[in-house]
Design a protein around this ligand. Structure first.
Ligand SMILES: [Zn+2]
Length: 299
């Protein structure tokens, strides 16, 4: 497998002059396609990712990232995005996202048009459907393994954003752990913007690179990884949306539900490079390294 790289300017301010990387991997994968393929998904003793640079504007991003053809190859080797044993945790985590969304969008009788990009197993749409009973739901999910689960939630399932026509306007677009995976962030965002009604809303969840987690874990924070071409914090996300004249409704910390056993395994892997396998034990909801946001189109 050959992997070709694309040079990137800062996706927020388009600056090119950031020269010194701020966060560096244990092994630099740049010139080794086999390493990239191996570390693309899953967690290992060594943390492998492309070096992150801090732009003058404050955004943290990879200056070089695989091009789209290479990405298609890398992603095609992947299995389900959510590991099956963790479906219950996934549902608990998404229930918490829903609570935060419904705190602002609380006209439950209204007929909204929802679009979820990266809809994964459809769990979030399933929760939305229970609350917003009169609404319509659309999903985009490139992972073909998810098609079956998703089609049980809605018949409007698409593999690619380009399959949706711009004349279909949505009231609310949702992207859970999507925005920190998209290398061509601006192109993608413009497509979302075109699909959004004139006062439409965007709700999402991203990792927070200014949270306590990277302070504790440093370059061993598992979120510094090959699949994240950039990472947001509150300020950089706000700058991004401002660029497109969106108005902030809220930014809030979110809870993630973990199995305690899994967390301890991860800690040992990160700090001592030891692979231990505790059973899952019980689950806890922690406000650790993620935040959710709601922005409104304002022009
Ligand atoms: Zn910048």
């Amino acid at each position: 497998m050959t992997i070709n790289f694309k040079e990137r300017n800062c996706p927020i301010c388009n600056n090119t002059t950031t020269d010194i990387s701020e966060i560096n991997p244990d092994i630099d994968p740049k010139n080794d396609a086999q390493i990239i393929k191996k570390y693309w998904s899953g967690f290992y003793k060594e943390n492998v990712f492309f070096p992150y640079f801090r732009c003058k504007c404050g955004f943290l991003f990879n200056k070089e990232f695989p091009d789209q053809d290479s990405l298609n190859k890398l992603y095609s080797h992947e299995n389900d995005n959510v590991i099956h044993g963790d479906l219950e945790l996934d549902l608990k985590t998404k229930q918490f996202y829903l609570r935060q969304l419904t705190s602002s969008i609380n006209n439950f009788e209204k007929k909204y048009k929802f679009l979820e990009v990266g809809a994964d197993n459809g769990n979030f749409l399933k929760l939305l459907k229970k609350i917003y009973k009169n609404s319509d739901f659309y999903a985009i999910e490139p992972n073909q393994n998810m098609k079956k689960d998703l089609s049980e939630v809605t018949k409007n399932v698409f593999s690619n954003i380009d399959e949706l026509k711009n004349d279909r306007k949505f009231d609310i677009i949702i992207g859970i752990h999507v925005f920190d995976h998209i290398p061509d962030l601006n192109d993608y965002f413009k497509k979302l913007d075109d699909l959004l009604s004139s006062s439409g809303l965007i709700f999402g969840v991203v990792h927070n690179e200014k949270s306590l987690m990277p302070i504790i874990f440093k370059n061993r924070w598992p979120i510094f990884r090959l699949q994240h071409p950039h990472l947001f914090n509150y300020t950089s996300l706000d700058m991004f949306f401002l660029k497109y004249h969106f108005k902030k409704v809220f930014i809030k910390k979110t809870k993630n539900f973990f199995n305690i056993g899994y967390l301890i395994n991860q800690l040992f892997l990160s700090f001592f490079k030891l692979k231990i396998s505790l059973p899952n034990l019980f689950s806890v909801g922690l406000k650790l390294g993620n935040f959710c946001f709601l922005y409104k189109k304002n022009r």
